[in-house]
Write a protein that binds this ligand. Structure first.
Ligand code: SF4
Length: 801
């Protein structure tokens, strides 16, 4: 439903007019997402049959009418499943699916489904108006998914009664709108009592707050590069909350790492403590919210999801949770588990009534797992989106849109079903063999080698892939029904996994744009590489009231505006200076070492030497960031004689391990040298305040590893705008460098040195990407191989001031 206050118009679908029904349903035994798919498939099947048999049958008949009520215009729209337009009258049919045992289906009375009845009656009313009074007869067709049985029920249509019902619903909607209006006024008063106090008032933070306030006020987007220490979380949240709170808007705060969510929690805490009535829901991944013994979301395996919808509605859990303004995952988990309801589903349900949702990027952008409860409504213009550490969205976006099919996966399934004679498996087999045939008949072009792997370019025949998918889908639906009838439940069902893989693959294959490049990896993988997610990301973002994208660095801004898909006409950018005194840190570029791949081996000892010489100048903790784990290991081999405790980041390290390392750095018992990778858990979104670090050494720009996929990006952007190297390698690589350097100075009193090791840092392509606020005074960034002298004089100066 959408309301346009300016001209008092309310747009609503017929479904928005229906009363929710709390009805005990039979256990369905279908995994939840597949229930909808099976229903749609049954409906389409019935529609097609009827179209074939009855020439007068029109499926998906669009209808829309407008009605005046109490000074408002109600514009109602919908699609009738089937319409027979006869000479003197019309007959309409709504097709619904149920899941019942055969005997129950035979006995059912249509009164058990009042919401279906209302829906068909409203359609009859709208259509009669459209056809100017022609007689209308309404029917409900119920299909039982268990046995394909079908029953048709005539529904009594009395125009006057339906009209009364319709106008009662209008009155109800208007009453709700008025209540919302009063609530808004109350909130405006409430807001005056809340102190939005910033811990440290910094001019950069104030500047950002003004920019955010103006963006949300004018429904514009904003990209903010806010260096470490700006306090960007509060600067984005406070004005957005002030706007949203009194205007009935809502916020969605997305992050790429869970640690950033802890900062949001800390920022919100003082506001909620003062009584700000702003309901906040934190979303945590399903696996981590699972209360069942095994993570398998199926009614037959999980009591927490069996009859979930009805049990949730009948419980008082929603009211119980709504009594809290901050719904942290643990709180939701405990309350949901106590009712034997799935904690993850409860968190999603609670998010619908929340004022602020905090969660991973996936809930907004991943086409496979985005929050359907919100985005399926299409209109989410009441929501303001805040994207934290937005530079990460470029890679994430490409990942979402780069599907792959593994030959081995298809082959294994064929092996599994080959000996089964049941028809249902034979049908699956047909679909699988067609997919294998398409894989076998790919025309491979070129012969490209990267890191010992062989790749080929391919042309996809989209029509053939779609047909193969439809063949497999039809067989898969039969297979699901077969499993329900036979009460077969498979955990980790490979047929189901392949279904979702294929569906994503075909969806992306349809996007025939240049940005999606299909290729074949000789290891047996057919992949579509997305080189440019901007179109997809931009479309999602355009639906929001405003989008605030922020990061410690979004340099260069035009690059991020472009690849994240911001609508340039509706977007502003803000580049802030560091809030901390430049004289508290010294940045030195050491150009005398090549860190290029081909030269690395011979330069490991030299790099180790520079690290040792830096550390020896002043006792304390140092952070050294490398572009890869290999690099960490190899340089470490030459750090043996260093009189300092070393901690090496390993690929397996998780957030819990990071906490341990941070404790070690904080304790300060003995100085620590942390060797870590750029773009990892130690180089972004983390505070090393005070003496936790007195030096940061960055070894080489963190250029993404050369791979066939990256080379496709380079080709694409070369062709598009002659900036292949920059878009594929340099910009993302330098962003990681600037993020890593930002770990050093976290407060006005922090002091330390930064070394950038590598000749590329001195070259224009890289050097010009260093943030302006690094270069305020002459000598702020020194390019010298006499780094020891430069470090010594920096510490001496600080000691003498
Ligand atoms: S508790 Fe929820 S997440 Fe866990 S298996 Fe059941 S439905 Fe899935």
């Amino acid at each position: 439903m959408a309301v346009r206050i300016e001209d008092q118009t309310i747009y609503l679908g017929v479904r928005d007019l229906l009363q929710p029904v709390y009805r005990q349903q039979m256990l369905s035994s279908f995994p939840l997402p597949q229930r909808g798919m099976l229903g749609r498939e049954a409906q389409t099947r019935v529609q097609k049959q009827k179209e074939r048999r009855f020439g007068l049958f029109h499926s998906e008949y669009a209808v829309s009418r407008s009605y005046a009520y109490e000074g408002y215009t109600f514009h109602i729209y919908g699609r009738i499943d089937g319409v027979y337009n006869l000479k003197n009258r019309v007959e309409i049919e709504e097709i619904k699916s149920v899941i019942l045992q055969a005997v129950e289906f035979r006995r059912l009375k249509i009164e058990q489904y009042p919401e279906f009845i209302e829906q068909v009656l409203f359609y009859a009313y709208l259509l009669q108006d459209e056809l100017q009074g022609k007689e209308v007869a309404a029917y409900l067709v119920l299909v039982n998914l268990i046995n394909d049985a079908r029953r048709t029920f005539p529904v009594d249509y009395n125009r006057l009664q339906v009209e009364r019902l319709l106008f009662r619903r209008f009155a109800h909607i208007l009453a709700n709108l008025q209540r919302e209006q009063q609530e808004r006024l109350r909130r405006e008063d409430e807001l005056k009592k809340i102190r939005f106090t910033l811990p440290e008032k910094r001019p950069q933070q104030k500047k950002m707050m003004r920019a955010v306030a103006s963006s949300v006020e004018q429904k514009r987007h904003l990209l903010v590069s806010a260096p470490t220490g700006t306090g960007k979380t509060a600067a984005a949240l406070f004005p957005a909350i002030q706007y949203a709170y009194s205007r009935g808007k809502k916020l969605f705060f997305v992050t790429s790492k869970t640690t950033q969510q802890a900062i949001v929690q800390e920022t919100m805490y003082p506001l909620l403590e003062q009584g700000l009535d702003f309901h906040t829901v934190y979303l945590r991944a399903a696996e981590k919210m699972c209360a069942n013994k095994v993570f398998f979301c199926h009614e037959a395996f999980c009591p927490y999801i069996a009859d979930y919808r009805d049990r949730f509605l009948q419980s008082n859990l929603q009211a119980e949770l709504e009594a809290h303004t901050a719904l942290l995952p643990d709180r939701i988990y405990d309350a949901a588990a106590a009712h034997t309801l799935c904690p993850f589903e409860v968190s999603l349900d609670m998010s619908l009534s929340a004022d602020l949702i905090i969660g991973d990027y996936n809930y907004v952008f991943d086409p496979g797992v985005y929050l359907r409860r919100l985005f399926a409504r299409k209109d989410y213009s009441d929501w303001i989106l805040i994207i934290d550490e937005a530079h990460n969205l470029y890679d994430r976006g490409m990942g979402y849109l780069s599907p792959e099919i593994r030959r081995e996966q298809v082959q294994n399934l064929i092996g599994l079903y080959e000996d089964k004679e049941t028809k249902v498996y034979q049908k699956l087999l047909q679909g699988l063999k067609e997919i294998m045939r398409l894989l076998d008949s790919l025309e491979l072009e070129g012969d490209i080698h990267f890191a010992g792997q062989q790749y080929f370019k391919v042309e996809l025949n989209t029509r053939q892939w779609e047909e193969a998918f439809l063949l497999y889908e039809a067989a898969f639906v039969r297979y699901l029904i077969h499993n329900v009838k036979k009460r077969i439940v498979l955990m980790e069902d490979p047929a189901e996994k392949l279904y979702y893989v294929l569906r994503r693959f075909v969806q992306i294959a349809r996007l025939k744009e240049r940005a999606f490049v299909p290729f074949y990896d000789a290891a047996g993988i057919l992949k579509i590489q997305c080189c440019d997610p901007s179109d997809y990301l931009g479309r999602r973002m355009e639906g929001f009231h405003s989008v605030i994208a922020m990061s410690a660095t979004l340099d260069p801004m035009p690059f991020y505006l472009d690849v994240l898909g911001f609508n340039a006409e509706r977007s502003d950018v803000l580049q802030l200076d560091s809030p901390f005194p430049a004289e508290n840190r010294k940045i030195i570029i050491v150009p005398g070492v090549s860190t290029r791949y081909k030269d690395r081996m011979q330069n490991y000892p030299k790099i180790a030497e520079i690290i040792k010489n830096t550390v020896r100048q002043r006792k304390g903790n140092y952070l050294v960031f490398f572009p890869s784990y290999d690099f960490v290991q190899n340089v470490n081999l030459f750090l043996g004689d260093l009189n300092q405790k070393k901690i090496l980041q390993k690929p397996s390290m998780k957030e819990e391990d990071r906490e341990q390392v941070l404790l070690e750095l904080k304790r300060g018992n003995e100085p620590v040298l942390l060797l870590a990778v750029m773009g990892g858990i130690f180089s972004e979104g983390i505070d090393y305040s005070g003496d936790m670090a007195i030096g940061v050494i960055v070894v080489s720009p963190a250029l993404p590893k050369i791979s066939y996929e990256r080379e496709l990006l380079r080709e694409y952007y070369d062709e598009k705008q002659d900036q292949g190297m920059e878009y594929a390698y340099i910009y993302p690589g330098m962003n990681k460098v600037i993020q890593a350097v930002g770990r050093l100075i976290r407060s006005a009193t922090d002091k330390g040195v930064v070394l950038l090791i590598g000749e590329r840092f001195a070259r224009d392509e890289y050097n010009l990407l260093l943030p302006d606020y690094w270069l305020h005074g002459s000598g702020d960034v020194e390019i010298t191989n006499e780094y020891k002298e430069a470090i010594r004089s920096f510490w001496n100066r600080l000691d003498n001031t």
